[in-house]
Write a protein that binds this ligand. Structure first.
Ligand code: TLP
Length: 345
């Protein structure tokens, strides 16, 4: 089987997870009658330190429902320019939620409280109403870089002063917590809403949980329904999510070690340069002198799958289906191709 480093979304459920899914107790979740979904929502809320949770099919829907719930159409959504909510979600925040996207040019996916203060304009007939600021931790486009507790608190303080609601896209929140050796609550505390993904490094086949206060989640539940996210016997999926929360977090450090090994190995090769990060999580961004699509194409027959995320940038993501031996094999394939890559055009 190929060594699939395209994303941590590619993992397959383990036999233990499949078994938990097979025997899950279920009910109709639109009637609020699925006990396994409720259990997952409660468990996720406890782990993140917020009152209530809402199981949704994807991180994209989780962010969208959060934006819909926080904002009225026309209100501004501040986020780092390459945050997933602005960069990858087909403009759903504008198209479906009616938000006015306001990108903040950050450094490695981060911005400060003062950056936010500079971007938020005063109340004036001409301007959209300031509404919501979103933070992404870890930040995907910057190679899984983390926001520390202090950096998060700085932006939350500014948001409070400015009267903005706050959302954390924590698709990989547990990766950030493990890298910083802090509890996830420390990075989530103070946000009005938090989205976590079960189907990335934690290894569930499907699902995210949106977290917030009881009243926020009650409104979010209505908004999930309008975008078609009301699922019926979803306990089968939620059981996978519960298994992911139980077994997935403890092994993320291994993915981070593998990513660090890949980063060191790749950076030593001619024509490749690894974008530095302060804290290595489970991603590696590699700048290549030869065109990135050619690397993707030529690694594939060698059994190594990676994504091009720019004309000369590759992204590699480690996860539970990537072993130590896979890391060594992937590095060997890169080393082999690096010898000839200078001649590609
Ligand atoms: N990220 C995917 C792709 O969409 C790029 C990936 O392979 O990394 N927030 C963040 C920070 C994400 O990285 C992603 C997925 C999402 C939200 C959306 O989650 P899904 O794929 O469940 O809609």
């Amino acid at each position: 089987m190929a060594i699939d480093l395209r994303s941590d979304t590619v993992t397959r459920p383990s036999p233990v997870m499949r078994q938990a899914m097979a025997v899950a107790e279920v009910g109709d979740d639109v009637y609020g009658e699925d006990p396994t979904v409720r259990q997952l929502e409660q468990r996720a809320a406890e782990l993140v330190g917020l009152e209530a949770g809402l199981f949704v099919p994807s991180g994209t829907m989780s962010n969208l429902v959060a934006v819909m719930t926080h904002l009225h159409p026309g209100d501004e959504l501040y986020a780092e320019a390459e945050a997933h909510v602005l960069y990858y979600e087909q403009g759903g925040c504008a198209r479906v939620a009616g938000a006015m996207p306001h990108p903040i040019l950050g450094v490695a996916g981060r911005f400060s409280g003062d950056d936010l203060r500079r971007h938020v304009r005063p109340a004036d007939l001409h301007f959209p109403r300031p509404g919501l600021v979103a933070v992404e931790n870890t930040h995907n486009r910057s190679g899984g870089e983390v926001w520390t507790v202090e950096e998060t608190e700085d932006v939350l303080r500014a948001a409070r002063e400015l009267g903005l609601a706050t959302h954390l896209d924590g698709a990989r929140l547990f990766n950030a917590a493990v890298a910083l050796e802090v509890p996830a609550q420390a990075l989530a505390s103070g946000f009005d809403s938090v989205s976590i993904c079960l189907s990335k490094g934690l290894g569930a086949p499907v699902g995210s949980v949106l977290l917030g206060s009881r009243s926020f989640i009650a409104q979010a539940r209505r908004n999930r329904k309008v975008v078609g996210g009301g699922m019926r016997q979803a306990g089968i999926l939620a059981a996978g999510g519960l298994a992911a929360l139980t077994d997935g977090v403890g092994r993320l450090a291994e993915d981070h070690r593998h990513a660090a090994q890949l980063a060191d190995g790749l950076d030593a090769l001619p024509g490749l340069s690894v974008a530095p990060v302060r804290h290595r999580t489970n991603m590696v961004m590699v700048d290549v002198t030869a065109p990135a699509p050619l690397w993707v194409e030529r690694l594939r027959p060698r059994g190594v799958l990676v994504n091009a995320v720019g004309p000369n940038r590759l992204r590699l993501v480690t996860h539970l289906d990537v072993s130590q031996a896979d890391v060594a094999e992937a590095l060997a394939a890169f080393a082999e191709l690096a010898k000839e890559a200078a001649a590609w055009s």
